[in-house]
Design a protein around this ligand. Structure first.
Ligand code: SF4
Length: 436
């Protein structure tokens, strides 16, 4: 019998089998199901059709409902999704409903999930969103599914899964001060391409991953989805374990891959000499090293999303913007309420992160949600409503992703975004970092 990757090990446990092989179809018990506002109407419709109008969901304590995509808008169609979610939650007695109109409101689902303790190592987390992979940072096998699978889980608590093949990515060396998780994962996407990890589990490891903060690890697992991967996953390090322990009383165990696990591909990077990178329009794998980026004038910098709207991301930006003024309009959307509170309370040299950003001229939203990462309705904060060049810390730059079809989106790290906000052109943080 061949050894098992981390994903195989967790799937085997959740399916009650001793061993599973890639390609095998297995029924898996789901620990947590997350549904967001853009999926809720479709999921509820299928659930009622298949299980009956008065059917009860499998476990009201294991379903998490988070409105985040089209939130804080006047658009009636968008708000109708949230009304459907509200009705369903009340009818089913779902406790974990983070309603925008209550104190429960949190923000972007992929950050709310770990904050609220749902991303436990060794478990199966399913969400109606491709970036559910983010929870892999904690050693959770976390996957995105469509409405039909989600509806079936709602009724039964199980999903039929094809065991994915695994790809191993190892980061070695010493991380230079100007390099961030966003650079590392964009590099992988550039090499693997957007289809290169299709239905695979990408297992990240190596000393660099071992030393990253929980939030930086989340960035990497989140964007495994950009390679088409089913999951991005890591053995939880100390930072990840501490993060989870502080958020839940539920016991969990750390699972390790077998030393003789089989990977269909292994990529090894020495980060010591790596350069920051930028994904040019209109694909995350359209990658260039920052020294090869031609002179590109930018009209806007956008700091936000599940990938770029975390506390660590804003801390990085604040370190660069402290005492300076941005040259181009810069929008910031913290991903959750908790992050907003931290931005207000945490300080650099006596000044709050919130204060540093706003004194630098950054427009900061106090309504945590997906905002312009997803384009959204016309009244969405930071949305591109005309043709423009946007340098963004989000995770996708497909045509029309942030609103207007003629907007060009360049993806980069928070450091690169912050330095570029000061110069008005896409600018490398490498030389700048020496000055702060
Ligand atoms: S912030 Fe963007 S990438 Fe993240 S869940 Fe929302 S729309 Fe998706």
């Amino acid at each position: 019998m061949t050894g098992e990757s981390l994903a195989q090990k967790i799937i085997a446990m959740a399916s009650g089998k001793e061993h599973v092989e890639p390609g095998e179809l297995v029924w898996v018990k789901v620990n947590t199901l997350m549904i967001h506002d853009i999926a809720i109407a479709g999921v509820v419709e299928i659930f009622k059709k298949e299980f009956g109008d008065n059917a009860k969901i499998w476990d009201r304590n294991k379903v998490v409902l988070i409105p985040d995509h089209f939130a804080y808008t006047k658009d009636d169609m968008a708000n109708n999704n949230i009304r459907i979610m509200r009705e369903f939650a009340h009818h089913q007695g779902v406790e974990h409903f983070y309603d925008l109109s209550t104190k429960m409101a949190r923000g972007v689902c992929h950050i709310a999930l770990p904050e609220c303790g749902y991303t436990r190592p060794g478990e199966i987390l399913v969400g109606t969103d491709s970036h559910t992979t983010m929870a892999g940072a904690f050693g959770t096998f976390a996957i995105g599914v469509g409405n039909t699978d989600a509806a079936y889980i709602l009724g039964t608590g199980e999903i039929l899964l094809k065991v994915p093949q695994s790809i191993k990515v190892i980061f070695e060396g010493v991380l230079p001060s100007y390099l961030q998780a966003k650079d590392l994962i964009l590099k992988v996407i550039g090499d693997l391409t957007v289809g290169g990890g299709a239905y695979c589990s990408i297992e990240f490891s190596g000393p660099v991953i071992e030393n990253l903060s929980a939030e930086e690890r989340m960035t990497i697992c989140n964007m495994a989805a950009e390679c088409g991967a089913k999951s991005g996953i890591m053995v939880p390090n100390k930072a990840a374990i501490n993060y989870v322990k502080n958020r839940t009383n539920i016991n969990f165990g750390v699972i390790l891959p077998d030393t003789n696990a089989v990977y269909i591909k292994t990529l090894v990077y020495d980060v010591t000499e790596m350069e920051p990178v930028v994904a040019l329009p209109h694909s995350p794998d359209n990658l260039v090293s920052i020294s090869e980026v031609p002179d590109i004038k930018i009209d806007r910098v956008y700091l936000g999303s599940c990938t770029g709207g975390k506390f660590d991301d804003f801390m990085a930006v604040a370190n660069i913007l402290k005492g300076k003024k941005v040259l181009v309009e810069t929008y910031a959307v913290p991903a959750t309420r908790e992050i907003i509170e931290k931005l207000i309370n945490e300080k650099i040299d006596g000044e709050s992160i919130f204060g540093i950003l706003s004194n630098a001229g950054v427009f900061i939203s106090l309504e945590p949600c997906c905002a312009a990462c997803f384009g959204g309705t016309d009244d969405t904060f930071g949305r591109a409503n005309k043709a423009m060049n946007i340098l963004s810390t989000t995770n996708r730059n497909f045509l029309g992703r942030m609103g207007h079809k003629e907007a060009k989106i360049f993806l980069a790290s928070p450091y690169t975004a912050a330095v570029s906000a000061l110069t008005g052109h896409i600018t490398s943080p490498t030389t700048f970092m020496d000055k702060i």
